[in-house]
Design a binder for this molecule. Structure first.
Ligand SMILES: Cc1ncc(COP(=O)(O)O)c(C=O)c1O
Length: 454
């Protein structure tokens, strides 16, 4: 396997929750139809550049139509001193509560001469295997040879989609979901997403709003197949972004059995696994299960951008027992590699279990919990319903009562009113939510900023 320490000139693509969103219907011509702004109103088709291929045009449109909210935020960023009337960003899924701890820790890690050290990545993979064995509570030690490292989970989605699906084929995912995945699977792989729509009604076998059930997965798969779409994989986000749901062991078992029945790969994204901030909640990693229904088709990813509050350090890891998949993804590492200095820092960071447990996670969970309590108490006082969950950086809020006709156009208007009042949120359409009126707020921020945004 080739795990060269290539420095990638990446762009840090953060979860604004309002990245360009496309439905599978737009993919007929192999290019997803950008719907532009987060309210989902169709954007005017941009003129095709004479300099670009059709593929280049799609990539250009994806980046060029940088949506309104994020552009507005960058032009008028809140800053305590220089711009106290600026826009507060509650849209980007970033943990702003632990920059102090992390910047100190990362700068403490000793520098090493890494210009010629080809063994670095092997050290890192061993460290990752030990780390995941411990935090995922694996029943047996995980193996370094099953670990692949890339520059972030976004790249991993892209690489996996490319090696598991042929162009035009699809991956199943439940909505609402972190919208960046659409772009990740499409850009290189030309892979589209098929949606299992979840909603707030509690019906059938469900016991909570937006609950993922096997019935809903079966229906979405059947509908896609009836339309002639070949579905190759299922994506599970656990903890879920934007809902904050954590799946129980039996739910996980059911989803994995469903995938096995239909010979689907399962891509399990556990990027928020250490951001479960309430002791009453238990996270179960797929890597901690005693027996996987289909180990050769189960691929688990994790990264440091969320759990270690360092979205600027690009690092994501894949664990798969399937050596064909591992080799295929590894060959794409050439374009998505982690540079030597970052490999060294991450290995040192993951190794220091005492600091992680005694200092970092304690402080992080206490801060997340306090910020979550602050925001949810305010919502209760205002009489605004929301999903009360214990994981991630977000609260999924029900603003439907503020929409008169319950359309996505109105959702967009409400989103814009927040922005006009200097608060950047993400609306449900950006997560392909099927019900207009749901919004995601990022609460992992300092209390004074949360107060200002009220
Ligand atoms: C569920 C989920 N997966 C993956 C990512 C991207 O992760 P990375 O920063 O490692 O590319 C995000 C970013 O918001 C996310 O929310």
């Amino acid at each position: 396997m080739c795990f060269g320490a290539h420095c990638s000139g990446h762009s840090t693509k953060k979860d604004t929750g309002s990245s360009h969103c496309w439905g599978p219907e737009g993919s007929g011509s192999r290019a997803p139809a950008p719907r532009g702004a987060p309210g989902g109103s169709p954007a005017r088709a941009p003129r095709r550049s004479p300099y670009l291929s059709a593929r280049g045009h799609v990539a250009h449109v994806l980046l060029g139509s940088a949506e309104e909210g994020y552009a507005a935020y960058h032009a008028d960023k809140y800053d305590e001193e220089s711009n106290p009337d600026g826009i507060i960003n509650f849209g980007t899924s970033e943990n702003k509560l632990c920059f102090d701890l992390m910047s100190k820790r990362v700068s403490q890690i000793a520098k090493r001469n890494m210009l010629r050290n080809s063994s670095l990545v092997f050290i890192l993979r061993e460290e990752v295997a030990r780390f995941l064995t411990h935090y995922c509570k694996a029943p047996a030690p995980l193996k370094a040879e099953n670990v692949i490292v890339l520059n972030g989970c976004g790249s991993l989605f892209s690489a996996l989609a490319t090696v598991l699906c042929d162009p035009g084929e699809a991956v199943l995912i439940a909505t609402p979901f972190y919208g960046g995945i659409t772009q990740s699977v499409f850009l290189y792989g030309n892979v589209k997403l098929v949606y299992a729509y979840l909603d707030s009604k509690i019906t059938g076998t469900s016991t909570r709003p937006f609950q993922l059930t096997v019935d809903k997965l079966e229906k979405a798969l059947q509908d896609a197949q009836a339309e002639g779409v070949t579905v190759r994989a299922l994506i599970l986000l656990n903890p879920q972004n934007p809902l904050g749901d954590i799946y129980s062991l039996s739910e996980l078992q059911d989803y994995l059995e469903f995938a096995k029945r239909h010979e689907l790969h399962v891509i399990v994204d556990e990027i928020y696994m250490l951001s479960v901030f309430d002791e009453s909640a238990t996270f179960h990693s797929v890597l901690g299960m005693d027996r996987l229904p289909d180990p050769q088709r189960t691929h688990v990813m994790w990264g440091i951008s969320k759990d270690f509050a360092v979205s600027g350090i690009r690092f994501g890891t894949l664990y798969t027992e399937n050596q064909d998949v591992a080799n295929a993804v590894a060959s794409l590492c050439y374009f998505h590699g982690v540079c030597g200095p970052v490999q060294h820092k991450v290995a040192q960071l993951l190794r220091d279990r005492d600091w992680i447990n005694q200092v970092y996670l304690r402080a992080n969970h206490a801060r997340l919990k306090a910020a979550h309590t602050y925001v949810t108490d305010e919502l209760k006082t205002l009489g605004v319903p929301f999903l009360n969950r214990n994981a991630g950086f977000f609260v999924w809020i029900d603003f439907r009562k503020y929409l008169r006709t319950g359309t996505f156009e109105e959702e967009m208007l409400l989103w814009r009113r927040f922005l006009d009042n200097k608060v950047l949120l993400s609306c449900g359409k950006a997560f392909e939510c099927s019900e207009p009126g749901w919004f995601r707020i990022i609460f992992a921020d300092k209390i004074h900023r949360l107060q200002l945004g009220e």
